[in-house]
Write a new protein. Structure first.
Length: 167
């Protein structure tokens, strides 16, 4: 019996050690790609929290770099995860995409990220700005993430499909 306890303790210690090393490797890779390897690395994108009348599914992560003045367009219809038992995708609803974002590098700077919604006719309007936050997109919408700052930023987005299934 004593021998089994020692084995369990060793396995737990090894699992803890491997988990710590994995985190160090991920953070070192992120830091190496940045302009300044001495910068701190920020937290991951916040957990998605949404009103209880909605159901969320298919949560995923996306990361990308944005150089100064550059932008990246994200389309809800490419992120929405269709599952047969949930609402079929449609511009009229009820499904949509909810997401949070976090600038991981530079941290705690990076507040020059602007998010704009593309309107019919190609015009855009600002929906948010800053280093962290939460937004939603209808199935046929797209949001443009633009780096208005002077240095490259590393953006992490946590997104999921959502709908009011009680209607």
């Amino acid at each position: 019996m004593e021998n089994n306890k020692n084995r369990i303790a060793i396995i737990v210690a090894v699992i803890g050690l491997i988990g710590s090393l994995g985190a160090v490797i991920i953070d070192k890779t992120l830091s190496k790609d940045s302009q300044n390897s001495n910068m701190d690395i920020g937290p991951h994108a916040p957990k998605i929290e949404i009103n209880q009348i909605y159901t969320i599914w298919g949560e995923k992560l996306m990361q990308f770099y944005l150089k100064p003045g550059k932008s990246k367009t994200i389309k809800a219809n490419e992120l929405y995860e269709y599952i047969a038992t949930y609402p079929e995708p449609s511009c009229a609803g009820p499904g949509f995409v909810v997401y949070t974002w976090q600038i991981r590098q530079p941290y705690p700077k990076g507040g020059d990220l602007e998010i704009r919604r593309t309107l019919q006719g190609g015009m855009t309007e600002q929906v948010s700005m800053g280093s962290t936050g939460k937004e939603t997109m209808g199935y046929c919408q797209e949001h443009v993430f633009k780096n208005n700052g002077g240095e490259k930023i590393y953006v992490e987005i946590r997104y999921a499909s959502a709908a009011n299934l009680n209607n």
